[in-house]
Design a protein around this ligand. Structure first.
Ligand SMILES: N[C@@H](CCC(=O)N[C@@H](CS)C(=O)NCC(=O)O)C(=O)O
Length: 234
């Protein structure tokens, strides 16, 4: 477990508009699975940020000037660095403070977690998008894509039949990184998902979605505008 080192580690720091310059700024979108996993890591690592809720169809020019690729999440650090990938945000946060040892799972290691996350972000996410948004892809067959995605889910279910979390007895980086995508998949057709023999996976999904940590990162915020009062997260 890394030692506690908060972004705002000055005990006298008061969260007022004058001091927000001292905080990282998180550009986020509530329903984005990549932003969810970034918020999970920022929450467990207690890295207070200024949260700016982005509307994807109407991105503010300040956000696009900072990160022209225009995806969320983006974390603008106080030293000026801009983290534009959700996994980079997660690693940054957990390297500051990792009280639940998400980076150091009970079973497997960082490389094994990275491998599973990369299948999630690659083949699984590709099939999920073509299943969920088949009309956006020429010639996508949603049921064939659902079948492809199911292979990954069956693999997760097999892991979860052995240990309660993906890498052992406690929640890890991999659980946080993958959970929002399984949630998205399940919500496409929940009755079909529930009819599949994925009891361990379904229990893992439901129990983690109902934990206070996940519920806390799903709070609704109104879209950010520069003249608004600062919103702090977590
Ligand atoms: N590889 C990026 C992907 C982020 C991503 O694609 N986010 C989506 C929202 S879930 C996005 O911002 N899309 C841009 C858009 O829809 O305009 C990451 O891990 O952060």
């Amino acid at each position: 477990m890394s030692s506690r080192k908060l972004a705002n580690d000055d005990p006298d720091l008061k969260l007022t508009p004058e001091t927000t310059k001292q905080l990282p700024v998180l550009y986020s979108f509530r329903r984005c699975p990549y932003a969810m996993r970034a918020r999970l890591a920022l929450s467990v690592s207690e890295q207070t940020c200024e949260l700016r809720e982005i509307v994807l169809r109407d991105k503010h020019e300040i956000f696009l000037a900072l990160s022209p690729k225009g995806t969320v999440p983006v974390l603008h650090l106080t030293d000026g660095r801009v983290l534009e990938e959700s996994l980079d945000v997660m690693h940054w946060a957990l390297n500051q403070y990792d009280p639940e040892s998400w980076l150091d799972p009970e079973e497997g290691d960082a490389a094994a977690m990275a491998d599973l996350i990369s299948i999630n972000d690659g083949a699984f996410k590709s099939a999920l998008d073509r299943y969920k948004y088949a009309n956006r892809y020429e010639d996508a067959d949603p049921l064939a894509e659902r079948q492809k995605a199911s292979e990954f889910l069956a693999n997760l279910d097999a892991r979860l039949s052995i240990t309660p979390f993906l890498f052992g007895g406690s929640f890890s980086l991999a659980d946080a990184a993958i959970l929002p995508f399984v949630r998205q998949f399940a919500n496409v057709d929940r009755s079909w998902f529930d009819s599949e023999p994925w009891t361990y996976l379904a229990n893992w999904l439901d129990s983690n979605l109902n934990r206070p940590r996940f519920l806390s990162i799903m709070k609704k915020y109104k879209p950010w505008s520069p003249e608004d009062d600062t919103v702090y997260f977590p």
